[in-house]
Design a protein around this ligand. Structure first.
Ligand code: MLT
Length: 326
């Protein structure tokens, strides 16, 4: 009996190893799901759909974006953390992957041990924007106005841990004024309410605000980049507007569940690299105020180092603010 059992377990193990290695060799044999942890139509979704379209062509299989919004991006990240590590589910997420590790003390996943890494994608500047008819005409006027009307002014964000939440938190701490925040499942739906005048201000990425600012359908007070953006030459930097320590860049990365076959990760990484040199992707990123990450950063090692460094950077800032999601 013992011999049979050990033979059986050896056969089962061999079959499993063969299946895993075979799937990696033929990978991808079917469509891949790219989870975006925010609602459709927002900045993360915009970046993901451009990258996914290019990767689909390269891999010969559809890379299908699935929006799993809620809880500042942690629901979508948790969905990927608990997915089969077979290379057919990936996550495209941003700085919120790092801030949520401290903001959410009961996360459904262990941020530094639940994922493997494919590579960095892009770092997107932010803009401080308002509904078109909002009274203040510049950043200094906005700061004065919100200080005087702090109980009235509403600030949209995509939930605790989102980039818009982080930027809004920095804004409120810089002006030493807490404001009323209105959470959404993403800044796509938040933009709808800003355009409709249902919410007053928001700090959001240029991948979601550039076209609206250029079209005059929302008001822009500042960009959070070190210098003005070519696509928004008339929008001053936050520093020009008096917020000197207010530079915010939203980096994005692609992750897989921990244990994804190395061959599959290598194919995903090669395809991501190609997508980030795809002339359509580069052109669309540029129109939206951003650019692909440098080739040397589109690596698993660079993304791992970025995530670890950003968790360490934001942990004391969040703990000092004492604001947690749970
Ligand atoms: C989004 O894609 O909706 C945004 O990235 C949400 C946020 O992080 O503010």
């Amino acid at each position: 009996m013992t011999l049979f059992k050990s033979l059986f377990s050896a056969t089962a193990l061999a079959a499993t190893l063969f299946a895993a290695s075979a799937s990696a060799e033929g990978y991808p044999e079917r469509s891949i799901t790219m989870v975006v942890p925010f609602a459709a139509g927002g900045p993360t979704d915009t970046v993901a759909r451009l990258v996914a379209e290019s990767m689909s062509k390269d891999l010969g299989q559809q890379v299908l974006v699935e929006n799993v919004g809620g809880a500042g991006g942690t629901l979508g990240a948790g969905r990927v953390a608990s997915s089969e590590p077979d290379g057919y589910t990936v996550l495209l997420h941003h700085i919120g992957m790092a801030t949520s590790a401290t903001l959410y003390r009961k996360l459904a996943y262990d941020t530094l041990n639940a994922f493997d890494y494919v590579g960095l994608v892009t770092e997107v500047p932010m803009t401080i924007v308002a509904r078109k008819d909002f009274e203040p005409t510049d950043l200094k006027g906005l700061v004065e106005y919100v200080k005087t009307n702090k109980d009235k002014v509403t600030v949209a964000n995509a939930g605790i841990g989102a980039a818009s939440h982080l930027c809004g938190m920095l804004f409120m701490s810089q002006i030493e004024t807490p404001l009323v925040t209105v959470p959404y499942k993403g800044t796509g739906p938040a933009m709808t309410d800003l355009l409709g005048g249902q919410v007053d201000i928001m700090c959001d990425q240029t991948t979601n605000t550039t076209k609206q600012i250029q079209g005059g359908t929302i008001k822009a007070y500042a960009v959070t980049s070190p210098a003005r953006l070519d696509v928004l030459p008339d929008v001053p930097t936050a520093a020009e507007g008096g917020l000197t320590d207010f530079q915010v860049g939203i980096w994005h990365g692609v992750y897989t569940p921990k244990g994804t076959p190395a061959d599959a990760i290598a194919k995903l990484n090669a395809s991501l690299k190609k997508a980030l040199t795809d002339e359509n992707v580069v052109a669309r990123f540029a129109e939206l105020g951003t650019a692909p990450s440098a080739d040397a950063d589109v690596t698993p090692e660079a993304l791992k180092a970025k995530l670890e460094g950003e968790i360490a950077r934001w942990k004391p800032v969040i703990e000092a603010a004492g604001q947690y999601a749970d």
